[in-house]
Design a protein around this ligand. Sequence first.
Ligand SMILES: Nc1ncnc2c1ncn2[C@@H]1O[C@H](COP(=O)(O)OP(=O)(O)O)[C@@H](O)[C@H]1O
Ligand SMILES: Nc1ncnc2c1ncn2[C@H]1C[C@H](O)[C@@H](COP(=O)(O)O)O1
Length: 217
Amino acid sequence: MKKTAIKETFPKKALITVAGTVGIGKSTFAKGLADCLGYQTSMEKVEGNPYLDKFYKDFKRWAFHLQIYFLAERFKEHKRIFNAPFGVVQDRSIYEDTGIFARMHYEKGNMTKMDFDTYENLFEAMVMTPYFNAPDVLVYLEGSFEQILNRIKARGREMEKQTPIAYWQEMFERYDAWINTFDQCPVIRVNIDQYDLHHDPNSLYPIIEKIASTINK
Ligand SMILES: Nc1ncnc2c1ncn2[C@@H]1O[C@H](COP(=O)(O)OP(=O)(O)O)[C@@H](O)[C@H]1O
Ligand SMILES: Nc1ncnc2c1ncn2[C@H]1C[C@H](O)[C@@H](COP(=O)(O)O)O1
């Protein structure tokens, strides 16, 4: 199918969220998909995040602050998406903030029970507002742990390269358990070996067809 044909047959407005562990390729995939569909992107920004660098140096000191920051940013994006007249591909879901990151840092003792409860109450209040629409589909990217580590290294963010491998291993395992029970919207699982945006952008088309049939169901 040609790019123009895809744009014509695809819904003009939908929310497609791309989920998956750090370094798996969400941002790259989200941009490629949005480009094919004529959608806008909602990107997770690392530059300008006032807590991220500090957090990687001292999880206990900054875990709660960072979670609140990400939640606020994610919610602002949901509000923007709600009002938008166009379709959006979102880089990471709000569900991962709470189901993966906040929970992991709470369970590792980097956040107190009181702070985690406050965080969860805030999250629940946010998803109950009319501005929050669940995604039409969540595309879950998966691959081997080795591929993911290689990508984290290749991307070269110093704070992530300095983080022990055990952190990424635990996150990898948590993602696997999380996606197996996730039920807030339809899910399409995509192995990163199934497409190659750098050498063959057309490899996205079979995935786009699956997304279209899921949204149009
Ligand atoms: N399909 C792909 N093939 C090869 N490398 C990729 C692919 N997608 C992403 N990458 C590379 O992997 C690294 C992480 O990708 P990124 O999109 O930033 O991941 P995420 O947003 O999930 O953290 C980057 O260096 C990116 O260029
Ligand atoms: N909710 C979060 N808590 C802690 N760290 C987070 C959260 N969301 C994203 N991050 C980190 C992980 C990465 O270092 C960067 C960007 O994520 P990426 O998967 O590369 O888009 O932010």
